[in-house]
Design a protein around this ligand. Structure first.
Ligand code: ALA
Length: 873
């Protein structure tokens, strides 16, 4: 594969120029609420550019998986219709963190463009930021100034998002010739098709903050990005990124699957092939990095991408799920350099199929609602209807627009967009309240003047420490008085801040008689650990020396549960298969909760196997090892479980218990024997393809078993029998119950016969018409068979029966066909009496029924009915 060769040669080149090759980060950003997906190589270094964190290198190079859907850089709608837009792409890049700046960045780029990419130097043009004379003159030593052009902020000032690192940039373009346009320079080439940009070098100098102002970065840095698909398309001399090797392989697989040939110039079908080839990469890479299609956040974006691919698939006659069938090809062409997709292959296939099936069902369901809406809309589909289709049925707006157009309707798109925005805002707010009790902004300045809180892992002894800052709500304060609620920040602490599913520690901060009770510990900002609680006695002052001590017993239980969660993960992989991947977890002192990807409910046998395996590892009393290795090394070891939920630095911590190896920063028990005993308390489903196990350990697990035992004892008492005889006893009772029911039915039958006989004796005549008026003592369900039976005996006539209970009554009327002819209709009669019995009902001509709240009205009702019949005769 040429792409693989270019990727490897690029990294090697920069490696020989003293750049550390850093692995691509997952496509899901960590700790960065400003970003949905990784959209550039520099994302994983954002904090390094901002001076908030340090690496052991000052030069780095990466080939970064990027997804540009949603947020500032969003190319979704363009994909498929242009020659170069993609939602997923690989960005090659080199970075300097306060090391080299413009001169070397430009020198390296020229060298790589002409010697690694092997581009014809005469075809290369560059653009620089309008005021950047320095970059202009540096380029002049490589190419004539006639091929250097200046652009303004829109083109040549790059920023990661609305906030974050940014700076002027310079771009390298390749002249693809007159075939693409007669523009003689990039300035005239509005579409950018002739002078194709293939590399952007950003001179990182500022941090743009929320109010729009720009603050100079601590050190001038370099961030570059080159889309590998574009580079390869230029090397191959093809018009279109979809004709480069990786994407073309997927298109070939799609051709085989659909039986339709790909013609890049076919305006109707080529976009479908292109969209599918692009979107399958976004889907597989995002799912491999832990995102699940859903209705919120990234999951929602993924769902949107999947549905777009499916809709385009329909143009190629795919009626059944097909995306999963493209996964093997993708894994073949990219799995070697991105092993995570190899590992997640079967999981991706399964998730894609389930999602597609569900979307196809949605299309069917939503389809009929849409038809109704189209039928009932005059000229336009209202925003509310469009939103309902989308929100309730997941119907894509694009689909609604297309179908509406066919029906000569338009859609209130502005109203729809507004409703969608409102819904998003609502969900953003809901999320904020849930996950963020601290406004991160208050710590931005704080961290500039304070070192990060040092974490000293000591659960048993107090630690000497100093109060660095205190807060009441979001205000920094100098003192905390008795009974005041607040937050303390120490210079060093034994308190573990909630992270990676492990809850924060509790305990005390004290000095002499002054006690601050810590009820929770969190890290609202990188490097900041806050102790949340209240002053129980005395008071506290800023800069005061204090002792900090955690609730060690509680921590031990948390650590036991955390190690048990790892053993559970290990056992699940063993029993169910390697596809089991953690999708979330919570570990506290009472239990552990573990969510993972798996399609079916776990059978009792599977749960038992998992428990047996975990308990076996506990009894082995394995020493829990923790050690640090480089992320690159960890990523090479398929035995080490790693998740997207973790923020991975270049050095990572491994927690190992023989077969179980996981990357994890949390607290663990020293020996697995401390866990004591493990028991699954509940197994359930939380979303399509995601199961949840709740489990208990130690004393809680023992209590779980005692509860079951006591339950059996209760049964023994109630049933008055020994445990071993319970099944026999219950069986006996069930049999007895059955035969009693049979007897009861017989008795009731006899009673009803008697009631019937009695009623037949009460037949009156009103002008030759047989008529029965009677209150009866039967159940409501017995009324209908009773009147039917009576009429069979009577052959002709009117039967009116009523049940009177304390506060309610029921009336049923049955009329034979010959009487109906006289205009005596059951449903009419029922209406006559509804007021009298304070109720209502209905029915048909031959039989009608009503319920009411006034049983005392029944006699009067009978009277009314009697005169009704008399009148009609
Ligand atoms: N971060 C720069 C970009 O994405 C290099 O274009």
């Amino acid at each position: 594969m040429l792409t693989q060769e270019v990727r490897r040669r690029f990294l090697k080149y920069f490696n020989t120029q003293s750049h550390t090759i850093v692995p691509s980060s997952p496509v899901v950003p960590h700790d960065d609420p400003t970003l949905l997906f990784i959209n550039a190589g520099m994302n994983q270094f954002k904090d390094v550019f901002l001076g908030k964190s340090k690496r052991e290198y000052t030069r780095a190079t990466t080939s970064q998986k990027c997804i540009r859907v949603g947020g500032k850089h969003n190319d979704l709608e363009n994909v498929g219709h242009t020659t170069r837009h993609l939602t997923f792409f690989e960005m090659l890049g080199n970075f300097s963190f306060g090391d080299y700046f413009k001169k070397d960045a430009i020198g390296f780029a020229w060298d790589v463009a002409t010697h690694v990419f092997d581009f014809d130097p005469k075809k290369i043009w560059v653009t620089v930021f309008k005021d950047d004379d320095e970059a202009h003159s540096l380029w002049e030593s490589h190419l004539p100034s006639s091929r250097i052009v200046r652009f303004g902020e829109k083109e040549n000032f790059w920023s990661m998002g609305d906030t974050g690192p940014c700076g002027p940039c310079t771009e390298l373009l390749y002249d693809r010739g007159e075939k693409y346009s007669d523009a003689s320079s990039p300035i005239e080439d509005i579409s950018g098709e002739r002078f194709l940009e293939f590399w952007n070098l950003v001179f990182m100098q500022f941090n743009r903050i929320a109010d729009g102002s720009m603050i100079p970065l601590p050190k001038k840095s370099v961030d570059t990005g080159s889309g590998i698909e574009r580079v390869v398309s230029l090397k191959l001399g093809v018009d279109n990124v979809f004709l480069t090797d990786i994407l073309r392989s997927i298109i070939t697989a799609t051709e085989k699957l659909s039986g339709i040939k790909y013609d890049p110039n076919n305006k109707n079908l080529a976009p479908a092939f292109n969209v599918i080839a692009d979107h399958i990469r976004t889907l597989v890479f995002a799912i491999s990095d832990g995102v699940m299609p859903s209705n919120v956040d990234r999951g929602y974006i993924l769902r949107k991408v999947l549905r777009r691919a499916v809709r385009y698939g329909r143009l190629l006659n795919f009626k059944k799920p097909f995306l999963s069938e493209l996964v093997p090809t993708l894994v073949d062409v990219m799995g070697e350099d991105y092993p995570e997709i190899k590992q997640s292959k079967s999981r991706c296939e399964e998730i894609l199929t389930i999602e597609e099936e569900s979307f196809i069902r949605t299309l069917h369901r939503g389809g009929s609602l849409l038809n109704d809406i189209i039928k009932n809309s005059k000229n336009r589909i209202s925003a509310a209807d469009a939103f309902r289709l989308k929100d309730t049925y997941g119907f894509p707006i694009e689909e609604i627009l297309l179908l509406a157009k066919d029906a000569l309707l338009d859609v209130d798109l502005a109203g729809f967009n507004k409703m969608e925005e409102d819904a998003k805002e609502k969900s953003r707010k809901a999320q904020k309240v849930k996950s963020q009790t601290f406004d991160k902004n208050i710590f931005t300045d704080f961290t500039k003047t304070h070192s990060p809180t040092k974490f000293c892992d000591n659960k048993d002894e107090e630690i000497k420490s100093r109060i660095v800052a205190m807060l009441i709500e979001s205000q920094f304060v100098d003192t905390l008085e008795k009974e005041q609620k607040g937050t303390i920040i120490l210079d060093q602490t034994p308190f573990y801040a909630e992270m990676g599913g492990q809850v924060g520690d509790t305990g005390e901060i004290y000095i002499g008689e002054n006690i601050f009770v810590v009820t929770d510990t969190q890290s609202p900002y990188p490097g900041v650990i806050v102790h949340v609680g209240y002053v129980k006695s005395g008071n506290f002052k800023k800069d005061e020396k204090v002792f900090a001590k955690i609730n060690g017993e509680r921590r031990q239980k948390i650590s036991n549960n955390h190690s048990a969660a790892h053993l559970l993960h290990y056992a699940l992989s063993n029993v169910l298969g390697e596809h089991v991947k953690q999708a979330g977890s919570i570990v506290d002192e009472n239990r552990l909760r573990f969510d993972f990807n798996h399609q079916q409910q776990l059978s009792y046998e599977e749960q038992k196997k998992v428990e047996i395996l975990v308990n076996k590892e506990i009894r082995k009393n394995i020493k829990v090892k923790t050690y640090e290795i480089s992320l690159a090394e960890a990523q090479k070891d398929p035995q080490i479980k790693q998740f997207f939920g973790e923020k991975y630095q270049s050095t990572v911590r491994v927690v190992e218990m023989e077969g179980s190896k996981e990357l994890c920063g949390g607290s663990h028990t020293a020996l697995t024997g401390n866990i004591g005993f493990f028991k699954i308390a509940k197994e359930s489903s939380i979303a399509a393809g995601v199961r949840r196990i709740e489990a208990v350990t130690g004393l809680n697990a023992e209590n779980f078993v005692y509860d079951k035992q006591e339950y059996v004892m209760t049964l023994e008492n109630i049933l008055k029998t020994a445990e071993s005889k319970i099944p026999e006893k219950i069986e006996g009772l069930l049999n007895e119950n059955k035969s009693l029911q049979t007897q009861l039915k017989e008795i009731r039958k006899a009673q009803i016969i008697a009631i019937k006989a009695h009623l037949l004796e009460k037949v009156e005549k009103i002008k030759n018409i047989n008529i029965i008026f009677s209150k009866v003592d039967v159940a409501a369900s017995e009324l209908t068979p009773l009147v039917n039976d009576l009429l069979t005996r009577l052959k002709s006539g009117v039967i009116v029966l009523a049940i009177a209970e304390e506060n309610k009554c029921q009336v049923i009327i049955k009329v034979s066909p010959d009487i109906i002819e006289k205009g005596i209709l059951a449903d009419l009669m029922i209406q006559e009496i509804s007021e009298t019995i304070n109720g209502g009902g209905g029915g048909k001509m031959d039989m009608a029924q009503a319920g009411g709240k006034s049983p005392s009205g029944i006699d009067k009702a009978f009277k009314i009915l009697r005169s009704f019949v008399e009148k009609k005769c």
